[in-house]
Design a protein around this ligand. Structure first.
Ligand code: MEV
Length: 304
């Protein structure tokens, strides 16, 4: 029996723009998805979504991983159990985390010899197949951990300030939101392309601030990024209300993280007011998650 886990991630800057080759800065967070695999006679996938066999509707990522890994290793069946602290479909990289953790668990069980770079790359291919569009960002950061500048894949200093996430509990489709931005960009290229470039430029300015741990300035740039995300139509009233509540409670910066349209927002917070910000998010109707940055990417938790 093998158990592997991978962290979720937040975007400090750059979601959506990264799809067009712009810069982004992402940070792995200490909320993990654990995947246990054990040999069995048939394929069984167990999660909070239900117990299924290969099922591309209920367990699309894990089913795709099983099919792909069965090209590298010969196995009749496998029992896969997923336990995740990451809310599903909420912009925290839950699909990337479950995908790379499942690849790693099968890789270890059947000695396929995949290194982390190969796992991240296979994870990206699988996200592309399932979602239709995906940048390699989520699978890379969930595999490697830490704070990473994309697309350069440059590791930055870790964040040691507070991170408070607010879950709106409204599901959003990454595919639909990416299509929405693509459509806007096609209709109004002279308007939308500069906005996407400006989002990329925030990452350029943000890199030095991350490395010098200038959290208040990072927060200021996150607020600008939020305005630009609203401008391309990936915000909504619930996200805005959690973002404003976090800012009013003292967050240094607050924005959508991930595709938007629902899902989660993230606030960068001085350690002294983490609780105030979490309480404000709760009072505004969101579900607060207090977490930290983590350097710990994909790993084998146990092997028996
Ligand atoms: C989704 O977590 C982030 C997007 O930029 C899409 C992607 O990068 O694949 C919206």
């Amino acid at each position: 029996m093998i158990t592997c886990s991978a962290p979720g991630k937040i975007y400090l800057f750059g979601e959506h723009a990264v799809v067009y080759g712009e810069n982004a800065i992402c940070c792995a967070v200490d909320i993990r998805t654990r995947v246990t695999v054990e040999p069995d006679d048939e394929v069984t996938i167990v999660s909070v979504l239900g117990t299924t066999g290969l099922d591309h509707d209920i367990h699309p990522y894990v089913s795709a991983v099983v099919e792909r890994m069965s090209e590298l290793a010969s196995f009749e069946g496998i029992r896969i159990t997923i336990r995740s602290d990451l809310p599903v479909g909420s912009g925290l990289g839950s699909s990337a985390a479950v995908t790379v953790a499942t690849i790693k668990a099968l890789d270890v069980m059947y000695n396929c010899g995949l290194d982390n770079a190969a796992i991240a790359s296979m994870g990206h291919e699988i996200e592309m197949c399932v979602q239709g569009a995906a940048s390699p960002t989520d699978t890379y950061v969930c595999t490697m951990g830490g704070v990473v500048r994309i697309p350069q894949r440059r590791s930055l200093e870790s964040l040691d300030c507070g991170i408070v996430i607010g879950n709106t509990h409204t599901f959003s489709s990454t595919r639909e939101l990416v299509e929405h931005v693509a459509d806007l960009r096609q209709r109004y290229p002279d308007v939308i392309s500069p906005i996407l470039s400006s989002i990329g430029n925030l990452s350029n300015s943000g890199e030095d601030l991350v490395n010098s741990r200038s959290y208040s300035d990072i927060g200021g740039l996150m607020n600008i990024n939020q305005g630009l995300l609203d401008a391309i139509g990936v915000g909504n009233a619930k996200l805005s209300s959690l973002i404003h509540a976090a800012s009013a409670a003292g967050a240094m910066g607050a924005k959508i993280t991930g595709a938007g349209g629902g899902g989660c927002m993230v606030a960068l917070v001085d350690q002294s007011c983490v609780k105030d910000v979490a309480d404000a998010i709760l009072a505004a109707g969101g579900d607060p998650i207090i977490t930290d940055a983590t350097e710990l990417g994909l790993r084998v938790d146990s092997s028996t």
